[in-house]
Every structure is written in C-alpha cells, then in structure tokens.
Design a binder for this molecule. Structure first.
Ligand SMILES: Nc1ncnc2c1ncn2[C@@H]1O[C@H](COP(=O)(O)OP(=O)(O)OP(=O)(O)O)[C@@H](O)[C@H]1O
Ligand SMILES: [Mg+2]
Length: 631
C-alpha cells in the first residue's frame, strides 16, 4: 500500500480508539474489563506477557525482549520474575526503584526504551487501554474519584482495589465543574506517548546548581497567584514535572546516582507511599514505575556512602551484564549495523563472528575447573557440544563467577572499530582480518583499558585469529567439494561398515564383485589417526562407537554424522586432508593452468552464491587459506 493510503488508515485507527464518556459509563467498561484499571506495574508486566512467554530448558523466554535483546535471557528472566511479576501482584518490590546496573553499552538503555515503546503500543490495545479524568494534567486515575469510605464496597462489587487520593486540582474541579456529581465527571481514554509527555517521562540530571526540583515534581506558577489569590490554590500549580507526566506509566531516571540528593528524596516517598510532595503544595498521588540505570563503579560508591542508606533499601538492583554467547553477540552487531549507515557495505562472512569471539573472551573469567580453557568455555556458553561436558556443567560454570560479564569489550567499541576499518579500506569489502586488526589498533586509544588488560586482550585477538584460521580453512575446503555433506556421509558409512565387521570379526562384501573381504584397516586408521587415536586405543574407540550406535538404536534415534563428536571431527579432518593438496596447489599457484583456473572460478562462484561472499572477499579468502596451507 502507498504511504498516503497508510496515513489515512493510521488516522482512522487513531479516531477509532478515541473514547470519552462519563464516570458512570466508565464503570460499565470496568464491569466488563476490570483489567483496564490495573496499576502501572501490573500494566508493564501484562504488556511483557502479552507478547508471549516460552519455556526453553526450564527457563522462561520473553518474546517481548528476545527480538531485540540478545543473549541476556538469564538477566531478563530475573528482571521479570523478581521485579515486574511480583510488583504486578502488588508485592512490596513495587515500592522500590528499579535500578539496572551493568557495564557501558550493555543494553540498559535499550531495555528501558523497549519498555517505553512497548507501553505506548500496549495502551492502544483493548487489554492495555488506559482511562483518565479528562483535562487532568496528570491523567489521574478516574477511580480516585471514589471517596475513601466507599472503596471497600466498590472493591466487593468490582474486584478492583483503589489506591491513592484525588488530587487537589480534581477535587476542586469536581466541586466547581460537576457540582460534586462524581458520576458526571468526564473520563477519556489516553494513549501513552513519550513525545506528548503522556504516561512516559524521562528525567536526566543536568547542572545541580541550575536544575530545579520543579523539573521533577512540577511547581507553583507564581504568575497565576494574582489570578487565583493564593499559592495553595491547586490551579496555581503546574503539574509538568516528569513525575507528573509519567503518572500511570513509567519514568526513566537517567544517571540517577549522579544526581543531586535532593532529587532522590522525592522518590523515596513516591515509591514508598505512592505520593510525593512539592513545596507548599499538598501531597500528590502518583502511580508509576521508576527505572534508573547505572554502572557498577558508580553503584559501589553510592552504597559505600552512609548517607544513602535509606535510599539504598528502597532500590532494587538488577544486574544487566554483557552477553557471553558468541552467536548472540553476532546478532547484536548485525542489528547495530543494520541501524547504521554502514549497512550497505560488504562485510565478509565470519568478520562479525571473529569480533564476537574476541569480545566474549574479554568478558569471561578463567574457570578453575579441570580441562576448561577459555575457548572451551566460550563454546559451552554458546550452547555447542563439547565432548565430556553436559548442560549441568555449563550451569555450574555460570555459577562460578556471579559477576562475570560485568567488564570487557563493549559492543559499541566493536562497531566503532568496524566503521573505522571500513573508512580506511579503498575496496568495497572488509575481511575478518581487517576487523581483528582494527580491534587491535583501537586498544591503544581505548581510554579505560589498563595495561594489564591490554596485554590480555591482545592475546585474545590471537585466539580469535586462530579460530578464524580454522573457520577459513574449512570454508574453502567445503567450497571445493561439490556436496560436502554427502561426501562426509559416504565416508562415515564406509567407516562404520568396516568398524562393525572388525568388532564382530566378520567379513565385508565387495559391492561390485560380491567377493568377501577383510575390513579395510588402512581406511579405518587413516580416519582415526586424524584425531590422534593410537594403535593401542583403536579397538576401544571402535567398540565405543558401536555401543553408541546400539544405544541410539534402542532409543529409536538415528545415528548420523553429528551423533559422535570425535568421529565427526575425524571424518572432517580426513576429508580435508584428502583435499588439502588440491586446495594448496590450486590456491597458491601464481600461474594456474587451465583446469586449476576452472576449479578456482568454480569455488569462487560457490562462495559467492552459497556462502555470502562477494568477489573481493572470496578472492581474499582463497589467498589467505592458500598461504595458511603453505606454512
Ligand atoms: N545484549 C544485547 N542485545 C542487543 N543489543 C545490545 C545488547 N547489548 C548491547 N546492545 C546494543 O549496544 C548498543 C548500546 O546499548 P545501550 O545504549 O542500551 O547500552 P547502555 O547499557 O545503556 O550503555 P551506557 O551505560 O553507555 O548508557 C545498542 O545499540 C544496543 O542495541
Ligand atoms: Mg545508556
């Protein structure tokens, strides 16, 4: 559909959602859909829930977060289950300020922004609809109109608990405009919007000397006192602080711990009693989620200050660490690149992966567990199968350092380095090696890296480089075989036939002549040697494979190429060893003959068509692998 048509549709939808009626009519709505009267915290939780919750390995996955926040499943689960969910049920945590704590550019602001956008959209749905007293600058909850003495009765009839008292302004309006007839008060449906300052607010501290508390709480408008006669006339009050505007929804408190204390004290009573006080004005009831964010250092210095004790106990801290899964890290970069102006530039396959390997390594802590080095740990965290380790081991590794992921290289640094590598290139493609080089060069300019860390990081660059070498070799060798999976399968079937005959002391039948023949020892050994299985160990290895096959058969599972990790590795290596010479010769001759040239062109075409290369990056890759094989 064209954009003008869409605009029209948008306008009509906006119109359709508008609702205005009397308080009496509003009660009719509540009779059918009591959920629209929910508290701000409950609304946030239900909004998250409305996007769906999945259960993976006994852990909850929230779809709302999972399409934009990658690799933080555990942290997000904790955030929802320890804060949003209980606070929706009016448990005590709702009276605390939510403080997201984590390292720079680890996704804190992204989470907050998602919540804001999520609430905006949710307020346009039926179940997320929000209603307010019309003309109230704080979009006050209509149910505040119900006098305290009647609230128990109301709760019995409607099943809705009413909290908070009618603001002085609406109290006055009720008398003056409606003659005290609550049922006639006009109610309207409102839609959250940060731009229009409805239900979503952001407070960002500036110079404490010039910043006025009014930015947060609103203030008395002295110019109107002459008109209204008194400072305490509610009409003389401007309800335009962020706390006022965010009523019913959420307020983001940026850099909260950098903020002057006087601002924080207001939050104390707001979170604890649900109201705040401004100057000589009466208490103002408000119902909103307050989210703040900070880094670890700032938080530590905050709690070490005795003066902050009272505040401290009213804050609930949720750690938001860096992601520690390589494949998820790649997704973060992809998303950031898609959003940037380098989106159209050709970034060779695996370039983001090597960067991700590097960053994840810098964030991990070295395990004391036997046989777990950095690379293994990285693979385990990423959900790969590593022989000798299972799911429980991974959970155990995660528990070893509760603060893992709170430091290391941040995604923004990586994207900056990729951008700068792109700018320096004069051809329209960057390779994984370009990226690694740029990451390394940047370490010198990175202000917050200690000398000790820099050395560690440079070492991680080499680890990432080695990982890439393996990836690159495999990629090229695969591209040399017409159908790699097929060849691997054939080789494996062949091996298994021989192993079976060997263990059962049987003969094999030659498929062509039908003659009986002995198991092909040379073939079996050529595969086993690839993974260092000695002559003495071969029998045990073969028997173990047969046991695995029969275990699979018993469970009705198919034993295939991926069922035995070491066997798969052996088959892969064998295939590559056979290919190595062909690849070596073809990729490194300066003056290829006609058949070599044909092969190279075929491989390049396959890399471009099937593996996402362009002609520059495909040629780069071949040249690089040629040099690796000739070392
Ligand atoms: N786990 C993640 N999943 C998805 N995107 C992420 C993740 N971590 C970081 N990012 C991306 O990194 C960039 C920086 O993140 P963001 O601004 O949310 O971090 P922050 O924690 O608020 O950082 P700061 O402390 O610097 O304010 C964003 O583009 C964000 O999308
Ligand atoms: Mg931020």
């Amino acid at each position: 559909m064209d954009i003008l048509g869409k605009l029209q549709e948008y306008r009509e939808e906006e119109k359709r959602l508008v609702w205005e009626g009397t308080f009496a009519e509003y009660l009719e709505i509540l009779r059918e859909r009591p959920e629209v009267a929910q508290s701000a915290h409950s609304r946030v939780y239900n909004m998250i829930k409305s996007h769906g919750i999945e259960e993976v390995n006994g852990k909850k996955r929230y779809n709302f977060f999972s399409n934009q926040i990658f690799g933080l499943e555990d942290a997000v689960e904790r955030l929802v289950e320890e804060y949003f969910h209980p606070s929706a049920k009016r448990l005590d945590v709702r009276k605390r300020i939510l403080l997201l704590m984590g390292p720079v550019s680890g996704g804190k602001s992204t989470i907050v922004t998602m919540l804001k956008r999520g609430l905006e959209a949710y307020s346009k749905t039926d179940e997320g609809a929000v209603y307010a007293i019309k003309g109230c600058p704080m979009h006050e909850d209509p149910l505040h109109l119900i006098p305290q003495s009647m609230r128990d009765d109301f709760q019995k009839q409607y099943g809705i608990r009413v909290e908070g008292s009618l603001s002085p302004l609406n109290m006055m309006r009720l008398e003056q405009e409606y003659d005290g007839r609550i049922e006639d008060v006009i109610i309207e449906r409102i839609f959250f919007s940060e731009d229009k300052r409805t239900g979503i607010g952001t407070f960002s501290p500036s110079d404490p000397k010039s910043q006025d508390i009014a930015d947060l709480t609103g203030s008395i408008d002295f110019s109107t006192i002459a008109e209204f006669g008194s400072e305490s006339d509610p009409r003389a009050y401007r309800f335009d602080g962020e706390l006022n505007k965010a009523n019913r929804g959420m307020m983001e408190f940026q850099e909260m711990l950098k903020c002057d204390e006087k601002f924080l004290w207001h939050l104390l009573s707001l979170t604890q009693e649900g109201n705040f006080k401004a100057g000589r004005f009466a208490l103002i009831s408000a119902d909103e989620l307050i989210v703040a964010h900070t880094n670890e250092a700032e938080y530590k210095s905050f709690i070490s200050n005795k003066k902050n004790e009272a505040l401290h106990s009213r804050i609930i801290v949720m750690p938001i660490p860096y992601n520690l899964k390589v494949s998820e890290e790649e997704k973060i970069y992809e998303k950031m690149i898609d959003d940037s102006d380098i989106a159209d530039f050709h970034i060779a396959p695996h370039a983001l992966r090597v960067a991700a390997i590097f960053s994840v390594l810098t964030r991990m802590k070295e395990s004391t567990k036997q046989g777990v080095d950095f690379v293994k740990k990285m693979r385990l965290y990423d959900g790969e199968n590593v022989e000798g380790f299972n799911h429980a081991d991974v959970e155990e590794l995660k528990k070893e350092f509760p603060d893992e992921g709170m430091s290391g290289i941040d995604p923004r640094y990586v994207i900056n380095r990729i951008s700068s590598a792109i700018i320096r290139k004069d051809v329209p493609a960057i390779s994984p090696l370009d990226v690694l080089r740029s990451l390394k060069d940047g370490l010198d300019q990175h202000a917050s890296i200690s000398k000790e860390d820099r050395e560690k990081y440079i070492n991680f660059i080499s680890v990432a480089r080695k990982e890439y070498d393996d990836i690159a070799k495999k990629e090229v060798q695969k591209a040399f075989v017409y159908s790699y999976e097929e060849s691997a399968k054939t080789l494996m079937d062949n091996y298994l036939d021989n192993v079976e005959a060997y263990c059962n002391k049987n003969k094999l039948r030659d498929p062509l002549t039908g003659d009986e023949m002995n198991p092909d020892e040379k073939l079996m050994r050529s595969i086993e040697e690839q993974i260092g299985i000695s002559e003495n160990a071969k029998k045990a290895f073969r028997e173990e494979i047969l046991i695995r096959i029969s275990a699979y058969a018993r469970k009705g599972k198919k034993f295939d190429y991926n069922s035995h990790e070491r066997l798969r590795e052996a088959i892969q290596k064998k295939l590559f060893a056979d290919l190595k010479d062909v690849v070596k010769i073809t990729t490194s001759t300066k003056t290829p003959d006609e058949s070599q040239l044909k092969k190279v062109n075929e491989v390049i075409a396959r890399l471009i068509d099937e593996h996402g290369y362009n002609s520059i990056s495909a040629n780069d890759l071949l040249r690089y692998v040629g040099s690796l094989l000739n070392r």
